[in-house]
Design a protein. Structure first.
Lengths: 225, 225
DNA sequence: TTAAAACTATGAGAATTTTAGTTGTTGAAG
DNA sequence: CTTCAACAACTAAAATTCTCATAGTTTTAA
């Protein structure tokens, strides 16, 4: 099982290399996209792991060029939260999966295992949550409403994700605090309200139909109308 | 099993009351320290849960007065991070346990169970980590070095706690990132170094013997000299 | 011994998260 | 139909967390 890792930052590169080798994968490395392309064309890798931002040839271009050359090797893209424009480009560049930094190494390993299992590469596709034009891509962490990209912070994302997973259900503030903040208790402050407010500004403000609703004395719901 | 809960903030009070009643405790409530004292003197509670900051009679004074009246009922103090001066007063006021807000309700329940088990009230005493004049009280979250109080943020506290639990061992940056930040990976930034720097400023700067040491190329250790 | 490379320290600042206070709403009781 | 109290929205500011750029240090190797 041979894997190509492409990354310009030496520390990160060697951390991945070492981690993978400890798990008995054969690892080739490349410091930039150009060398990566050469290697990928020449050898038959089971998987390519590549950063997006790199000198020479970035991850997207690399991915597209390989696909155009008929190379079907699964590609796992590493990205950092907030590289939004890049992410959008990536949607149709042929990359199989994304992993948003920072992440746990075990998470990377899980992805690697899944992607190197023949045929499963299409099985574990983009995991997204959808509701009334609102879309959350859990892989790339990109949120859109009616195709429009919405930038959320980590906390906002977690809150929205929880509401999406419980759409239609009224969620009390205590419930939200427990599940989004891991706080099982009244802190005396109104942080849930504040964050609902933040979300509304980003998700409902510029749209006609509001999705976040207040149920007086009960909590909040994500629902149509 | 009868419990007295003392708290001036109605929401918090009722949240605790409800939670405890759901777990089949009988709950009496008081909105301030004066009423609490009356109730505590009159009835024989298995446990008293009290906030520290309250109108009339604060938690510390309440605790002390009850002890002086010969009432041995275990007392669980609720406190918020950063109420430092108050905390110091509390050390010898006879309170059995502290719980720092925000907390999980299950945590409160666990404490309640432990405190209402007869005899165990002294078993589960102040849990502290100590090393060379440095002391961390895990209950009150108060850190001192040579009796001097040191204010740490949540992250700094977690980092120091991890180093205390592994005193003498060299901890790599990856290891620290994993255990303190739950990040299993190189993010390309030097946040560990930055936080080590923060800790040093607070813990070592004003003292002769330094406790945090750099092991070049390996990581950091907490040790004498 | 010196220069380069790798690694670490530090200051400043941006972004996010959290707190606090004020204003606005809602629903229930009189 | 008012009035009040509880609840929620909003705003601003404080605190914390994290990033980035630069300067300094240690090791390695020529």
């Amino acid at each position: 099982m041979r894997i190509l890792v492409v990354e310009d930052e030496p520390k990160t590169l060697h951390a991945i290399q070492q981690g993978l080798e400890e798990n008995l994968y054969e690892v080739d490395i490349a410091y930039d996209g150009l060398i990566a392309r050469q290697l990928a064309m020449r050898n038959n890798y089971s998987l390519i792991i590549t950063d997006i931002i790199m000198p020479g040839l970035n991850g997207f271009v690399l991915s597209r060029e390989l696909r155009e050359s008929g190379i079907q090797t699964p590609i796992l893209m590493l990205t950092a939260l907030g590289e939004t424009e890049d992410k959008v480009n990536g949607f149709d560049s042929g990359a199989d999966q994304y992993l948003v930094k920072p992440f746990q190494f075990v998470e990377l390993l899980a992805r690697v295992r899944s992607l190197t299992k023949r045929g499963s590469s299409t099985l574990m596709t983009h995991q997204t949550l959808k509701f009334e034009g609102l879309e959350m891509n859990l892989d790339t962490k990109v949120v859109t409403r009616d195709e429009q990209i919405i930038e959320l912070t980590a906390r906002e994302f977690t809150l929205l994700e929880y509401m999406m997973r419980n759409q239609g259900r009224v969620l009390s503030k205590v419930q939200l605090a427990e599940n989004v903040w891991d706080i099982g208790f009244d802190t005396g402050t109104n942080f849930v309200e504040v964050y609902i407010n933040y979300l509304r500004k980003k998700i409902d403000k510029n749209f006609d139909t509001k999705l976040i609703h207040t149920v007086f004395g009960m909590g909040y719901v994500l629902k149509k109308e």
